[in-house]
Design a protein around this ligand. Structure first.
Ligand code: ATP
Ligand code: MG
Length: 330
C-alpha cells in the first residue's frame, strides 16, 4: 500500500477525515509506505526554507494523527534516490502526446503559464515511479488522481511487455462507502490546504482560532418546516459534529433541528457552534500539541525520517535490482 502527500501547506480536517484516518487503519492491515512528496512540489519552485519546514511538519502531523513510524515506512521522497533512477527508465516509455493530454498537466499549465517545465509534464511518470518502486498494488487516491493511476498502470504494462514481468499493476483503494468530503465553513467549496483558508480548520490551529472560525460559520434563520432538508452549510456542521462530538450531543441538536419550524425554532445555531467549537478543540488540540512537540525536537524527527528512508530504500533497491536486470544495465 502506498500513498504520498505534497508538502504544499498545512494539513486540515478534510485531509484527516478524507485520508489520514484511513491510513491509520490501513497500517494495521497492509504493508504500508507513506511519503512526503517534496520532489513533486518543486514543479512550482517553492522557497527552500519553507519547503524544509513543510516536510518536517507533514511528517510530524502524520505521526500526531496516529501513523506509527515503527510500523509503516514513513519517508521523504528525496531520501530515496532509487525513485529518481526508476523515473529515468520509465521516462523512456512515456510519450509526449499522452503526457500533454493529462488533465492535471493541463490544469497546472493553465495555473502557471510562465513555468510549464518538463517536471510538470512528466509529473505522472514520477508518480508512477513512486508507486512502482515498491511494486505497490493498493493506492488510496481520490477521483482526481484516477487518470494518473491509470498512466502508472500503462507504464508498468509497457515495461513488463518490453523487458519482462517486474511490476504488478497498481489500483485505487478505499474502504468503500466511507468517503467523506468536508466543506469549508462558509459552505463554499471544500476545506483545502491552498484555498479557502479562513473557512478551513487546520490541525495546527490554536483554540481561539478554532472558536473564531466556527463562530463565523455560515448559518441561517432556521428551518421553515419540520424535518427540513438541510442546506449544504448546515449539513456540513452536522457532519463535523458527528465526527468530533458525542453521539448524545449530535442527536440532541439533530432532534432540535428536525422539530423546528417557522414560528418555533428549537435549534439554536449559536449553541450548536459553541458546543462544536469545544468538541473540535478537544479533537484537534492533542493532535496539534503532539505535532508541535515533535517539531520542537528536530533530532528525534531526523531519526524518524532516517528510519523511514532505510525501510523505503530496502524495498526500492530490490525493485531497482530487478529493473536493471530486466533492462540489461545490471
Ligand atoms: P491542495 O489545496 O494543495 O490541493 P488539498 O487540501 O486539496 O490540498 P490534497 O493534498 O490535494 O489536499 O489531498 C490530500 C488528501 O486529502 C486526498 O486524499 C484528498 O482526497 C483528501 N482531502 C482533501 N481535502 C478534503 C476535504 N475537504 N474533505 C475530505 N477529504 C479531503
Ligand atoms: Mg487537492
Amino acid at each position: 500500500m502506498l500513498s504520498g502527500i505534497r508538502p504544499t501547506g498545512f494539513l486540515h480536517l478534510g485531509n484527516y477525515f478524507g485520508a489520514m484516518r484511513n491510513f491509520v487503519r490501513m497500517q494495521n492491515e497492509f504493508n504500508c509506505y507513506f511519503f512526503v512528496a517534496n520532489w513533486h512540489s518543486l514543479t512550482t519552485h517553492p522557497d527552500t526554507q519553507f519547503l524544509k519546514k513543510s516536510v518536517n511538519r507533514v511528517i510530524a502531523e502524520n505521526i500526531a494523527c496516529g501513523l506509527n513510524p515503527d510500523q509503516v515506512a514513513l519517508y521523504v521522497q528525496s531520501d530515496v534516490p532509487e525513485i529518481a533512477e526508476l523515473y529515468l527508465y520509465l521516462n523512456m516509455l512515456a510519450y509526449k502526446g499522452e503526457l500533454e493530454k493529462t488533465v492535471t498537466f493541463k490544469e497546472k499549465a493553465r495555473m502557471q503559464p510562465d513555468n510549464i517545465n518538463a517536471g510538470l509534464l512528466t509529473y505522472p511518470v514520477l508518480q508512477a515511479a513512486d508507486i512502482l518502486i515498491h511494486r505497490a498494488v493498493k493506492v488510496p487516491v481520490g477521483k482526481d488522481q484516477e487518470q494518473n493511476l491509470e498512466m502508472a498502470r500503462n507504464f508498468a504494462e509497457r515495461f513488463n511487455h518490453r523487458y519482462g514481468e517486474v511490476f504488478p499493476l497498481p489500483y485505487g483503494f478505499n474502504y468503500g462507502g466511507e468517503l467523506v468530503k468536508i466543506l469549508g465553513l462558509d459552505g463554499e467549496g471544500k476545506m483545502s490546504k491552498s484555498e479557502n483558508q479562513l473557512s478551513t480548520l487546520y490541525l495546527a490551529d490554536d483554540d481561539e482560532t478554532i472558536r473564531k472560525k466556527i463562530a463565523k460559520a455560515k448559518t441561517d434563520q432556521g428551518p421553515a418546516t419540520e424535518n427540513a432538508v438541510k442546506p449544504d452549510y448546515i449539513e456540513n456542521l452536522f457532519t463535523l459534529m458527528k465526527l468530533v462530538s458525542s453521539e448524545a450531543t449530535f442527536t440532541k441538536f439533530l432532534d432540535d433541528y428536525n422539530n423546528s419550524y417557522e414560528g418555533k425554532c428549537l435549534i439554536r445555531y449559536g449553541d450548536l457552534k459553541k458546543q462544536l467549537a469545544e468538541d473540535m478543540i478537544a479533537f484537534i488540540g492533542p493532535i496539534r500539541d503532539k505535532a508541535a512537540d515533535l517539531q520542537s525536537n528536530p533530532d528525534h524527527l531526523k531519526k524518524i525520517i532516517q528510519q523511514g528512508a532505510e525501510k523505503a530504500r530496502a524495498s526500492a533497491s530490490e525493485t531497482l535490482r530487478l529493473v536493471k536486470k530486466a533492462v540489461g544495465t545490471d
